[in-house]
Ligand binder design. Structure first.
Ligand SMILES: [Fe+2]
Ligand SMILES: [Fe+2]
Length: 137
């Protein structure tokens, strides 16, 4: 199970809420794998990928709005994840009757969430923190 502790928070509510939602879906998938319900993985992973893509678009729009200078770089990072998401869906399709696919899915998915989604966003944490503090004063 993954848990988003405070060090993984951006302290920016809409984005943190999205990240939590993605973590919740990952935990459902891990739960399905551990509970021998691999056949549930495909729908859940498709939901995860859709939610992740919607989140990326929302996040990029927000970064552009607040004037984050490296928004293009972060957009390119999100784009570079498409290939990995295709792989996750492939593993999920085979998760029902293939142990290797289930094991790969669990491992890749947790890394994907924690490294490619959550940790990569630390790139702009300081920037939006300063922005929202400036707005409060
Ligand atoms: Fe991001
Ligand atoms: Fe994000």
């Amino acid at each position: 199970m993954v848990e988003l502790t405070s060090s993984f928070m951006l302290d920016y509510e809409t984005l943190d809420r999205d990240h939590q939602r993605l973590a919740d879906i990952v935990n459902l998938i891990v739960g399905a794998i551990d509970g021998d319900e691999g056949e549930k993985c495909e729908d859940l992973v498709i939901d995860f990928v859709k939610s992740a893509k919607a989140h990326f678009a929302k996040e990029e729009a927000l970064l552009a709005k607040v004037g984050f200078p490296n928004v293009k770089r972060h957009h390119d990072h999100h784009e570079s994840l498409n290939f990995k998401m295709e792989h996750l869906i492939e593993f999920a399709k085979n998760a029902g009757d293939n142990k290797l696919a289930r094991d790969s899915l669990r491992k890749e998915l947790v890394f994907f969430l924690m490294d490619d989604i959550i940790t990569a966003d630390m790139d702009f944490k300081n920037f939006i923190e300063k922005k929202s503090n400036a707005e409060k004063t």
